[in-house]
Design a protein around this ligand. Sequence first.
Ligand SMILES: [Cu+2]
Length: 232
Amino acid sequence: MSKFPCKTTLAVSALLGATAYAVAQMSTGGPMGMHGPVQQGDMMSQMHSQMMQHQGGMHGGMNDNMNGGMGMHGSMHGQQFAVTGAPISPGQDAFGTIQEIVQILQSDPKTDWSKVNIDALRQHLIDMNEVTIHAAATPRLLDNGIEFTVTGEGRTLEAVKRMVPAHVNELRETGWRATSDDLPNGVKLTVLASEAQPLIKLKALGFMGIMVQGGHHQPHHLMMATGQFPMH
Ligand SMILES: [Cu+2]
């Protein structure tokens, strides 16, 4: 996670300027509920995070902003480094995700601190880490789809049992033909091919490529932190 290949680092640098444009738009009353002036530290942190979302497979509006912003703001990244020399990496991705959410909540005067639950978000980020890094996923090819036996032990097993069925619900809402079945030591995830998701693509995506589909984690993380969303 901390070892980005050089190509990624270059892409990240190129994206940051455009991301500032997207964040600037969001900070003027956008969907994240930002209000008031955005401090530069917050801004840099959000730029970083937004860029991560982009890499995570965001589609639609964000990409439009990215493309639209590149021409006008492509040089902003370099200028900001030249002025501040300030590092932007939080050092650990779950740490950075929580830091970003806390900054969003602190920037919003409407935040209801009686409902905020950062530990719920932390537990979910641990789930994400367990499923991403430690779960075993054994694929089996079907005639018209692919089946993954996703297993783990202890904390990993808990994470698999929470995250995989929850993700199946998200997939189904966006037209994927996915199901999950409980196993004693994990979950069986079955994804059937469709016109939009042909078998050759499912094979190439594998378990993790399927788990990252959709952009629901980012908004859900904010909802979890504000007590509006059950942990998944
Ligand atoms: Cu998540």
